[in-house]
Ligand binder design. Structure first.
Ligand SMILES: *Cc1c(COP(=O)(O)O)cnc(C)c1O
Length: 459
């Protein structure tokens, strides 16, 4: 597969410090073999996340200087409202400081204690906020979504019949609503089709349920729809986005992904003014006055510009092309990964690449450490290290798959950087049987992957 060249040129650079293998061995040891504890300065290619790590454009940086810092009614707020109304087609749009802030405002307002929320798969923070609001999150994704080996166009889709069966079993009064995550982050940035959105809308109408779109990667999702859903082959990204959003009642959004800002979020209500009023009464105490929502005026301005830039087809083709290029190199080298690749990165099947490491010695983490030592690449485990212990028994829990996630920041790395990543993986594959597993020497009670201390297991 040919690399799709950047539809931009570079006029500002951030130098990277080059390190030796010995430097990196020392640094990762000091970090207790946990990439989160590394100094970013000691990292060459940082694929830990695509969230808030993108490069803003010249127009966005110019917008930062034009930001209006008035407490209420700032010009930058109105710019953002114009862009959001035009793109999403919703009557009420609200800036907040990041995606989870939108969740914190929305779920307590809409959840009665003990009610279920269904999703094509909740993102971690969304799942957390449903729980904090007294609700019970349930993932009901299509079966293809959990099968890493066979191809499907829309592995992010919800299992609509599965959702219907759940609602019938538990009673519609015990279900608060449905969250559709686009793209479906937790199953690998996999897209959701318009056909699936329509079917979920019909289900929500049948049982009188709310439908919320978790829209962090709405533009990448729209580009996948354009490429894979024939009805939309000639539609613009904005038309596809409008169509997709027309099936929701509300959206929450982390703007740190497709809106290409380093910090920011949004939420919106399509046309239910009563619902909008209820949400507003939660926004002011948590996030601040309605026209700034926890963001500086300059951030509102950069977000308004980033929302539009994120819809550009040439950019999106290049953007999805980066994951596809990396995946094609892995395929050629026989490195197993979640196929087809999603929008924001590649999930390597470390369980298959390092079969000698048992799940309780964290193959996904072992590969992440090895990539750092090999070439200064930082990435993370999406496997059994990420799984916290059973809260009742304290037993370690096995993840359904042992992945190492390579998330690609937007407009940051070049083809040559991606080649460094692929070369490093090939080198590791050649000596895979020498890669050690890891054991934990200290861990906190929850969210252990962020702060655990580990050490290599030596035979
Ligand atoms: C990142 C993300 C969030 C949370 O957003 P933050 O800006 O990190 O708070 C929620 N949902 C999805 C799908 C995300 O990718």
């Amino acid at each position: 597969m040919k690399y799709i060249a950047e539809p931009f040129k570079i006029k500002m650079v951030e130098p990277l410090r080059m390190t030796t293998r010995e430097d990196r061995q020392e640094a990762i040891k000091k970090a207790f073999y946990n990439g989160f504890a590394l100094k970013a300065e000691d990292v060459y290619i940082d694929l830990q996340t695509d969230s808030g790590t993108g490069a803003m454009s010249n127009a966005q940086w110019a917008g930062m200087m034009m930001g209006d810092e008035s407490y209420s009614g700032a010009r930058s707020y109105y710019h953002l409202m114009e862009a959001a109304e035009d793109i999403f087609g919703y009557r009420y749009n609200q800036p907040v400081h990041q995606g989870r802030a939108a969740e914190k405002v929305v779920f307590p307002a809409l959840t009665k204690p003990g009610q279920y929320w269904l999703s094509n798969t909740f993102f971690d923070t969304t799942r957390g906020h449903v729980g904090l609001a007294g609700g019970r999150p349930v993932d009901i994704v299509c079966p293809e979504g959990l099968d890493t080996t066979t191809y499907a166009d829309f592995k992010g889709d919800a299992d609509v019949e599965g959702m219907r069966a759940f609602i019938q079993e538990h009673g519609a009064e015990n279900v608060a609503g449905i969250v559709m995550t686009i793209t479906n982050n937790s199953v690998g940035g996999q897209p959701v089709s318009v056909a699936n959105m329509r079917a979920v809308r019909a289900l929500a109408d049948e049982y009188g349920l709310l439908l919320i779109i978790d829209a962090a990667r709405f533009a990448e999702n729209a580009m996948f729809i354009k490429m894979r859903e024939p009805e939309f082959a000639d539609a613009s990204i904005k038309e596809i986005t409008r169509e997709t959003f027309s099936y929701g009642d509300m959206y929450t959004m982390s703007a740190k992904k497709d809106a290409i800002v380093n910090m920011g979020g949004m939420l919106g209500v399509r046309d239910n003014d009563e619902l909008a009023e209820k949400i507003k009464s939660f926004v002011i105490p948590f996030e601040g006055y309605l026209t700034y929502g926890g963001l500086a005026g300059r951030d509102l301005e950069a977000l308004a510009i980033g929302l539009e830039e994120g819809l550009d087809e040439d950019y999106l083709r290049y953007r999805l092309g980066q994951s596809q290029y990396l995946a094609a190199r892995f395929e050629k080298a026989g490195i197993p990964f979640q196929n087809p690749v999603g929008g924001h990165g590649v999930f390597i099947d470390a369980g298959k690449l390092l079969p000698h490491i048992p799940w309780h010695q964290f193959p996904g983490h072992a590969l992440a450490v090895e990539l750092y030592i090999e070439a200064g690449i930082r990435c993370c485990d999406i496997g059994s290290l990420l799984m916290d212990r059973d809260p009742v028994t304290g037993d370690a829990q096995q993840a359904p798959a042992e992945f190492t996630r390579l998330a690609i920041p937007r407009r940051v790395y070049t083809q040559a950087h991606l080649d460094v990543v692929a070369d490093a993986l090939e080198a590791i594959k050649a000596r895979a049987d020498q890669v050690p597993g890891y054991e934990i020497t200290w861990e906190p009670k929850v969210l252990r992957h962020f702060t655990s201390h580990l050490r290599p297991v030596t035979a």
